[in-house]
Structures are given as structure tokens and as C-alpha cells.
Design a protein around this ligand. Structure first.
Ligand SMILES: [Zn+2]
Length: 177
């Protein structure tokens, strides 16, 4: 039986809802990049698997999109409600962001591209992003909540990598020069 902080989870998104949410996520990343932000973005999707409740760009190397969104979500919504919501992100949340989703009690995390791909894109030793090589599932596995994780998703991972490379390529090449 579900306890108060862990109500029944809503149904999984349909393929159509899933694609619409990812399309919104990638659109938000395009917008973030136009604004000169780093190529990361996170959306909070409601229990209907469709409504965008909140959106966040990356603020800085310490205020990542996903953790910032999870903190904002915890201000706006109850833990009970957040358990029925999903955080969508273009990139797999890092250890800090996964842990913040855990503390905010967001019940589902959906991401397009895996963190190992990000390391490929940024290049090793990139001071702009010293990627932490820890899958978010490993963080959640250490917790006491059954947070659902969906990702990587091949079709959307490809889009995410191509889009994000527009930001990372010049930095990577400049470093190699
Ligand atoms: Zn992060």
C-alpha cells in the first residue's frame, strides 16, 4: 500500500507523450544555447505525462539545470505531488543532480543522453566540464526510494549529442590547438 509521501505513480507516458516531452526538452535546450547558456536543460512534467510545470536552464558549473529545477520544484510543490511527476533532461543527471531529485522526492527521471557520451563530447580534462562518471541509477540504488529511471533513449540521445556538440566542439578544439 502506498504511503502518503509515495502515492501511486501515474501510468508510464505513451510513446506520443514521451516524444512530445523530449521535443519540448530539446527545444528548451536550443533556447538555452541561444541565451548563451551551457547545453543542459531540465523540465518538470506533471502526472498527466504532458504538462510542463517548470523549466530550468543551467546556471553555472555548480548550479546545474536538474538540481536547480529539483530545488525549485521542492519550493512550489509538495513531496507527495512530486512523487507523481517526472524530471526530463537532455543529459543524464550527474551525481549531485540525481541526489537532489532524490531529496525533492521526484518519482521519475527521464533523460535522453548518457553521461559517458558527454565525456566524449567535452573531451577529457575539459575544465569547462569535468564530467563525473557515475550513472544516476547507481545513486538511486543507494537510496531508500524506488525512483524510476528511463534513459538513455537512442533517438533523442542522437539529437542531444548533435545539438550539444555545437557548444562543446569549439571548446574542445581550442583546447587541442
Ligand atoms: Zn548535475
Amino acid at each position: 500500500m502506498a504511503s502518503s509521501k509515495f502515492p501511486e505513480r501515474p501510468t508510464l507516458p505513451t510513446k506520443e507523450q514521451f516524444d512530445l516531452c523530449f521535443a519540448e526538452t530539446l527545444d528548451a535546450q536550443v533556447e538555452a544555447m541561444k541565451q548563451g547558456k551551457r547545453p543542459f536543460v531540465a523540465l518538470l512534467i506533471g502526472p498527466d505525462n504532458r504538462t510542463v510545470l517548470l523549466k530550468h536552464f543551467s546556471i553555472s558549473h555548480v548550479d546545474h539545470a536538474e538540481a536547480s529545477l529539483a530545488r525549485l520544484a521542492a519550493i512550489h510543490y509538495t513531496q507527495e505531488y512530486l512523487w507523481t511527476c517526472a524530471l526530463y533532461s537532455s543529459w543524464e543527471p550527474c551525481a549531485m543532480c540525481a541526489a537532489t531529485c532524490y531529496w525533492a522526492n521526484i518519482g521519475r527521471v527521464v533523460y535522453a543522453a548518457r553521461e559517458t557520451e558527454l565525456l566524449q563530447l567535452t573531451g577529457e580534462g575539459n575544465e569547462e566540464n569535468m564530467t563525473l562518471n557515475i550513472p544516476c541509477r547507481e545513486i538511486f540504488a543507494k537510496g531508500q526510494k524506488d525512483i524510476q529511471v528511463i534513459g538513455p533513449v537512442e533517438k533523442w540521445e542522437k539529437h542531444t549529442v548533435e545539438l550539444s556538440d555545437k557548444y562543446w566542439r569549439p571548446i574542445r578544439e581550442n583546447k587541442m590547438a
